[in-house]
Unconditional design. Structure first.
Length: 666
């Protein structure tokens, strides 16, 4: 360097770096106020702007009315569909409070609830012991996505009204005078065409929704009305729904005149003390039926099931196994939940405090206590159902064991295929695969495990007869953005396809799958979630039939181990950890250990928390049954995992506000 050269220092580091910061300043940072975020990104709150999202608005308002009924304050609800795509839902409950809100001087409580996110009377538990609207999008989001909303409240013998447009108040609340013979809340709204286009409410869908709500709470009367121009042979202009038998009435209508395995269905209800909750169920086993399942939490449909479903499955399975042992049917020990549930018409409704759902649209219940409540409620009743009439119990046991025999026969055929593949000279299996013997009575499973270290622990933790292990090396190829040549040349994907044996793409046939379950088992952190996403993308694109027929699962390993004295519990995430600290370990000094990965758990811990069928929790990955919904999934996968990075960038930018701060800090 020349003696005359200028000295280099920190100020010079970026002297020649081109900059474009001029257009990135304070004015570029948006602050969305009120309900503006909802209108800007409706998909974040109602899952999209399709027909399903449109009808979700109706469900949210109806859920609020049902919460008043369940709480014992309303006996009647009216659902009225008018011309012009306008829907009105009224109840005779207490009425939304209209006095000035203490935190918002000059605003009525009604206005705060309709125009402020995360406002309502269901968070503290003082106004509602159980509610369906607590973790949903709420009436404020319905208001934001409607071109016109009018709310009338009859309270304290006075009638009040307030109107809104696209979430914005159109004037102060009005006192319309005396209303001595009226009480409750009426919400009338018209979905905004700027959001939903020309989509219209489907009368048949709303009619079915209203009727199902009446079945879910026997004490409520729901009146249906729709404009004459919207009625049809299947949807009358007026109807009244009131079902004293609750779910039992619903099941009777569903089964109709079909012959069933047992003449009497298995129905019942169990209330728990101290407002812990309530469980109601109705189950029948029609002959030659594909069956159907309906799951509800606090009157809200949860089509993807969840923890309440798990509790019911455990109760029925364990009950039939015990009955089989009682009558000397030794093979009954091999009965699985699928044997019991296949072909059954199942309806389950739970009412619990502070329910937790997997998403804003509440498709799946994740509250851990729901499994215990349901199993405890159903098991004793089911034992009596089987033993009070031994002929009835034996008939059901015989039908279920026939299904079990068919399943075991199919399993044996697959085992023969597996052994043939293993022994054939022309067919090899991946060297990294630790296969199962396939001689056990339970379903066979392949665990796809992240990393050799975790794979080693999993091999020691597994049931050698029914569980196989295939370790993969880190993040596999993103098949949605890769060329066909690159996919075919990838060794990890080749090993995976070889181990499963069911072919790929148009040649994929789940009947040739070598295992009953394919379980993705990754670390309970962000990297693990990324790897699981890449694997799900692989199965969605390369093995769609496997996903469609319900063979793909996600394991749920814990993130924390909590210990106080001699008692230890595992928490799957921060929310579960906080719940355990507040309930199981309340007031105790808790030692918290965070697992950095599956490989950090010893085999016993891994078996107990993540692999043993008796104690683990799995999430089944499936595809929607309706064509439009499947197409929507395909578009989403293409946008987020495909070759155009701009879609991913936009998604991350738009959703950045949803990321949990604790996740970032971790």
């Amino acid at each position: 360097m020349s003696d005359n050269a200028p000295a280099s220092g920190p100020d010079d580091l970026f002297a020649n770096t081109p900059t474009s910061s001029g257009d990135y300043n304070a004015s570029a940072i948006e602050v969305l106020e009120g309900l503006e975020p909802v209108r800007r990104r409706p998909g974040m709150y109602i899952g999209g702007t399709d027909d399903r999202a449109l009808h979700h608005l109706a469900a949210e308002v109806l859920d609020n009315a049902m919460d008043e009924a369940v709480a014992g304050h309303a006996t009647r609800i009216e659902v009225r569909l008018e011309e012009g795509n306008r829907l009105s839902i009224a109840d005779n409950g207490r009425g939304i409070p209209v006095d000035e809100h203490p935190k918002f001087p000059g605003k009525s409580t009604l206005e705060v609830i309709l125009s402020t996110l995360h406002s309502g009377g269901k968070f503290s538990g003082k106004a509602y012991a159980t509610s369906g609207g607590l973790h949903g999008v709420g009436v404020s989001v319905v208001n934001a996505l409607s071109s016109h909303t009018r709310v009338e409240v009859a309270r304290d013998r006075q009638l009040y009204a307030q109107e809104f447009s696209r979430g914005i108040t159109q004037g102060a609340i009005q006192n319309l005078g005396a209303a001595p013979n009226r009480r409750g809340t009426t919400v009338s709204f018209t979905p905004d065409t700027e959001i939903f286009g020309d989509r219209q409410f489907k009368p048949a869908r709303l009619f079915k929704l209203a009727r199902s709500k009446a079945y879910l709470f026997a004490g409520v009367e729901i009146r249906w009305k729709c404009a004459a121009s919207l009625s049809s042979e299947d949807v009358p202009a007026e109807a009244v729904f009131k079902f004293p038998g609750g779910l039992a009435d619903h099941l009777a209508e569903q089964v109709g005149a079909r012959e069933c395995v047992t003449a009497q269905p298995f129905t019942g209800r169990q209330d728990f003390p101290d407002e812990q909750g309530r469980v109601e169920w109705a189950i029948a086993w029609p002959l030659y039926s594909d069956g159907a399942t309906s799951w509800y939490c606090n009157t809200v449909p949860t089509p993807d099931g969840g923890t309440h479903e798990q509790g019911l499955r455990m109760a029925l399975t364990r009950g039939l196994r015990a009955f089989g042992e009682l009558v000397g049917a030794k093979k009954a020990k091999d009965i699985t939940a699928d044997d019991v549930m296949t072909g059954a018409e199942v309806m389950l409704s739970v009412f619990i405090r502070d329910p937790q759902f997997q998403s804003q649209t509440k498709d799946r219940l994740t509250s851990p206590e729901a499994a215990r409540l349901v199993e405890n409620a159903v098991r004793d009743h089911f034992d009596h159902f089987l033993t009070d009439n031994m002929d009835r119990g034996k008939a059901l046991l015989g039908e279920v064991m026939e299904r079990m025999d068919e399943r075991l026969k199919r399993k044996q055929e697959r085992e023969i295929k597996r052994k043939t593949a293993t022994n054939a000279k022309k067919v090899r299996l991946p060297g990294k695969l630790t296969d199962c013997s396939g001689e056990g009575s339970r379903e066979t499973e392949l665990f796809i495990v992240e990393g050799d270290s975790a794979g080693g622990s999993a091999k020691q933790a597994r049931d050698r007869k029914s569980q196989a292990i295939l370790p993969i090396r880190g993040k596999i190829l993103n098949v949605a953005s890769a060329t066909n040549d690159k996919i075919r040349a990838n060794s990890e994907i080749a090993d995976l396809a070889l181990a499963l044996g069911c072919g790929t793409r148009k040649d994929c046939d789940a009947e040739n799958l070598r295992y009953d379950r394919v379980i993705i088992m990754t670390d309970a952190d962000v990297d693990g979630a990324h790897i699981a996403t890449l694997l799900m993308t692989f199965f969605f694109q390369e093995m769609p039939d496997l996903v469609r027929k319900g063979h793909l699962f996600l394991a749920q390993p814990p993130l924390y181990r909590l210990t106080a004295g001699k008692e230890s519990r595992y928490a799957r995430d921060d929310a579960h950890r906080a719940e355990l600290e507040a309930t199981v370990f309340k007031g105790k000094k808790v030692e918290v250990a965070r697992f950095k990965g599956l490989g950090e758990m010893n085999p016993q811990q891994l078996r107990e928390t993540t692999m043993a069928p008796e104690t683990r929790s799995l999430i089944r990955i499936t595809l929607p049954t309706e064509y439009e919904q499947r197409a929507g999934v395909a578009r989403l996968v293409d946008e987020l995992m495909g070759r155009n990075p701009e879609h991913r960038f936009n998604f991350i930018q738009n959703r950045a506000g949803e990321v949990d701060r604790d996740l970032i800090d971790a």
